[in-house]
Design a protein around this ligand. Structure first.
Ligand SMILES: Nc1nc2c(ncn2[C@@H]2O[C@H](COP(=O)(O)OP(=O)(O)O)[C@@H](O)[C@H]2O)c(=O)[nH]1
Ligand SMILES: [Mg+2]
Length: 408
């Protein structure tokens, strides 16, 4: 399950750290009346009823000053950019210039936010100002006091509501499968399958078909031919989705007029800028000797993903293009600004390949890719790059599958 990131932002001393402590119910962040106590973003995992696991991230004040202060502000804003939801803490009965600048950044980065007026026990937010702010910012505004407490549950309820808005539009097959549509999932149960269960994308897919009132049939590769008697789509499957490993085997028995794709491509569509990935993947065909390819891994300790990104993709790309390519790797979700800036005109990379991002949110992926996209560097992802290099783009069923994904 995706872990949602909730970032707490605002000026210094408005009670951000106090609020984080209240939310997670323990003292994880240092609270003090000395402005600038919180330096680096501090994250704490918690479970929110109706949402699931969340990281609550405490940040330094966005009005910090001085050489280090400016760096801290940058870190806070960068953390805010990755968030699924921001809690903007403010005090004193209204927004300041700094608060408004922060809100502008959140809007630019399309991060939903809730305004939390803290220290209500010192100065209260008037009804008029509250209504005006809700109107102006298009968000919920909550009165709060960390000293008095009391309405933590109300705030948690609003947080859940906001995060669920986001969540609802996120099924693997949303927009593709409609009521009554039949879908065939091919899930190999081989040595790589986990003991006693299905892998996450398969489960997400089944759930999404059900959410959209479709009908899903699940089988292993050997049984696929039986689903198409006489090589005809007699059961009227709208599409077939299989594990990438089994693609060739399955493609040989599925009629060519049936869209045939893989879970990794569906995941790519859900998790990233899909149209961009699609045009970016074509760059592979025009790579030249000496070109640098950047591989972005969003998780750092997954041996299977690591093998795909560090070994399989570079080897296949060198083989398919026949060019002398250089590969660089960045793992984890660290800031990549240093990597991006390192070029005279534009970027030093000819292509960026992003991993499937199974453990991060789509917002994190988009934010990571944004600097490259802004510099005009083609970006694509593991699933699409592998499909392209394995020749899937010339398979009729796969072409139909891509059309289904982009034309709804
Ligand atoms: N009176 C009052 N003081 C608060 C409230 N929330 C936080 N404080 C105090 O404000 C100061 C700054 O709080 P802190 O959480 O460190 O703020 P941050 O810099 O935004 O993280 C501390 O002395 C807190 O005890 C509140 O609701 N009411
Ligand atoms: Mg603090």
């Amino acid at each position: 399950m995706e872990v949602k990131n909730i970032v707490v932002v605002g000026r210094r001393n408005v009670g951000k750290s106090s609020l984080v402590n209240m939310l997670v119910g323990q003292k994880v962040a240092i609270v003090s009346d000395v402005a600038g106590t919180t330096a680096d973003p501090v994250r704490k995992r918690m479970e929110i009823f109706g949402v699931g696991p969340c990281n609550v991230i405490d940040t330094a004040g966005i009005d910090d000053v001085g050489e280090l202060g400016v760096l801290r502000v940058e870190k806070s804003l960068s953390a805010a950019g990755y968030a699924d939801l921001a809690l903007v803490v403010f005090t004193g009965g209204g927004l300041t210039e700094d608060d408004r600048r922060l809100i502008k950044v959140l809007k630019e980065k399309r991060v939903p936010f809730i305004l939390v007026h803290n220290q209500e026990d010192i100065e209260s937010l008037s009804d008029d100002v509250l209504a005006a702010l809700a109107e102006e910012c298009g968000c919920s505004v909550v009165r709060f006091s960390c000293t008095i407490g009391g309405n933590v549950d109300e705030l948690l309820g609003l947080i859940a509501e906001e995060l669920n808005k986001l969540h609802k539009s996120k099924g693997l097959l949303d927009g593709i499968v409609n009521e009554g549509d039949r879908v065939l999932f091919v899930c190999p149960i081989d040595g790589e399958a986990p003991e006693g269960r299905l892998i996450l994308p398969e489960v997400m897919g089944i759930r999404s078909v059900l959410d959209n009132r479709g009908v899903v049939t699940v089988c292993q590769p050997l049984e696929v031919s039986g689903m198409f008697p006489m090589g005809k789509n007699e059961y009227g499957f709208k599409l077939v989705v299989c594990d990438s490993q089994a693609f060739k085997e399955v493609a040989s028995v599925v009629p060519s007029d049936v869209p045939l794709g893989s879970f990794s491509i569906l995941l790519a569509r859900l998790k990233g800028p899909f149209e961009m990935y699609l045009s970016g993947v074509e760059k592979i065909a025009s790579l030249s000797d000496g070109d640098r390819v950047l591989i972005l891994e969003s998780c750092s300790h997954r041996s299977t993903c690591e093998d795909i990104g560090r070994v399989k993709i570079p080897a296949l790309m060198r083989k398919v293009t026949g060019k002398k390519l250089e590969f660089e790797f960045v793992s984890g979700v660290d800031n990549i600004e240093g990597v991006v800036e390192d070029g005279e005109n534009g970027s030093r990379y000819a292509l960026v390949v992003q991993c499937g991002g199974c453990v991060v949110t789509s917002r994190v992926i988009r934010e990571r890719l944004r600097p490259f996209v802004e510099k005009g560097v083609p970006v694509t992802n593991y699933g699409l790059a592998l499909a392209y290099m394995n020749g899937l783009f010339t398979v009729e069923g796969f072409k139909r599958f891509l059309r289904l994904l982009t034309n709804f």
